[in-house]
Design a protein around this ligand. Structure first.
Ligand code: FAQ
Length: 347
């Protein structure tokens, strides 16, 4: 947005405070017009408190999902069936850590610290995606996560590249490129298993059977029960509703499952000529809400492992902070004195 839209610096000029109150309506109008015109809102632009809070909630939840999402697949790194598969899986899991970093950085531009967000994750005050509370029981689950979970993530995140908040939208561009690679590797892994021995085919089918419904839940509750969608769509944070994206995902997956030689575990799944999209069976939303309340198969394990990793990494954060402090002092000493400064003053 243009600099004219920036919030006045109230701290600098106390007298401006009264004016700010009357200016809020004007600022809000400028913000609404920028959103309506598909302009990007940037960190130093004025924005409504509720817009900021929604972004912090969604971006933090997204960031937490990326780093918690490393756990189910990391579970298989030591047991990958070949060096090639191991190298691919390690690269993918590292990418997810990178996505977490871009997203925490995007959240920080809204005035929250990473420590604060991690604290909220660890104390259960912020969520992460429901999908990562399911176990990875066999090697085929790595393929099913890549194909279905990363596939669902891309379907949801490509529209987020056009999100009204600049730092989030820009982070999503790179994330989506990497997620595409992840989706392809999952598909390719499942294809190899599906074309393998009968046991390998059965393993691939079993994984798809277990991950299909939780993947559909990733898109969030049905529109009628989605508390944030309407406002988020008005603000152009979300560009499509949960149900629209879920439908898009189902329509993408059906032909891919056929090519894989696998079936999707839904007897009601069929093409609806009239609607031009697939009908699909009812989703068990009681399972979704139960997982969100902490009662999924792996909720406790995921959070315990996350907190343990955080505690064990304390020395790394301390060392990095000490190194940065040392170097900033060092740089200060070496910075050339401003012209005309007496030598003693800089000594
Ligand atoms: N899990 O009003 P809505 C990935 C909550 S990244 C848990 O519809 P909204 C990469 C929601 O927070 C996956 N909670 O909410 C990867 C709200 O609760 P609250 C993560 C959920 O925000 C792959 C309540 O339900 N992706 O997979 C979920 O408008 C492989 C009402 O819901 C993102 O975060 C859920 N699935 O829409 C990594 C994408 N759904 O706060 C490793 C960005 C809803 O009122 C390996 N986020 N809730 O208490 C979004 O697009 C949105 O936040 C939605 C939810 C669509 C997820």
């Amino acid at each position: 947005m243009a600099t004219a839209h920036k919030a006045p610096d109230v701290a600098r000029d106390g007298a401006a405070a009264a004016a700010v109150v009357t200016d809020i309506t004007e600022l809000e109008a400028v913000f609404d017009a920028a959103v309506a015109a598909d302009e990007r809102i940037e960190p130093r632009d004025w924005m409504p408190d509720a817009y900021r809070a929604t972004l912090v909630r969604q971006i933090a939840q997204h960031a937490h999902s990326e780093i918690i999402g490393m756990q189910p697949e990391a579970n298989w790194i030591t047991r990958a069936p070949s060096l090639r598969r191991k190298a691919i899986l390690m690269a993918k899991v590292q990418d997810e850590a990178g996505h977490g970093l871009y997203l925490y950085s995007a959240a920080e531009t809204l005035g929250v610290s990473r420590d604060e967000l991690l604290d909220k994750l660890h104390s259960g005050r912020q969520k992460y995606s429901s999908i990562f509370n399911y176990p990875t029981l066999t090697w085929a689950d790595v393929g099913a996560i890549g194909w279905l979970v990363d596939g669902a993530a891309i379907t949801n995140q490509v529209p987020l590249c056009r999100c009204s908040y600049g730092p989030y939208a820009r982070a999503m561009v790179r994330v989506c490129k990497e997620e595409s690679f992840h989706q392809r590797q999952g598909y390719e892994l499942l294809l190899a298993l599906s074309r393998g021995t009968p046991e390998q085919h059965a393993m691939a089918q079993d994984a798809v059977d277990r991950w299909w419904w939780p993947s559909l839940m990733m898109f969030g509750p049905p529109d009628a029960e989605s508390s944030h969608s309407e406002q988020s769509m008005t603000w152009k944070i979300k560009r499509h509703s949960n149900d629209e994206l879920r439908q898009r995902f189902v329509d993408i997956c059906v032909p891919q499952a056929e090519s894989l030689g696998l079936t999707l575990p839904d007897p009601d799944l069929r093409w609806n000529e009239e609607r031009g999209e697939h009908d699909f069976g009812p989703i068990d939303w009681s399972e979704f809400w139960s997982v969100l309340k902490g009662n999924g198969p792996c909720n406790e394990q995921r959070l315990t492992q996350r907190k343990q990793a955080h505690d064990e990494g304390a020395w790394v954060r301390d060392a990095a902070a000490a190194y940065a402090a040392k170097h900033s002092d060092h740089d200060k000493d070496r910075r050339p004195a401003a012209p005309g400064t007496p030598a003693e003053a800089t000594a």
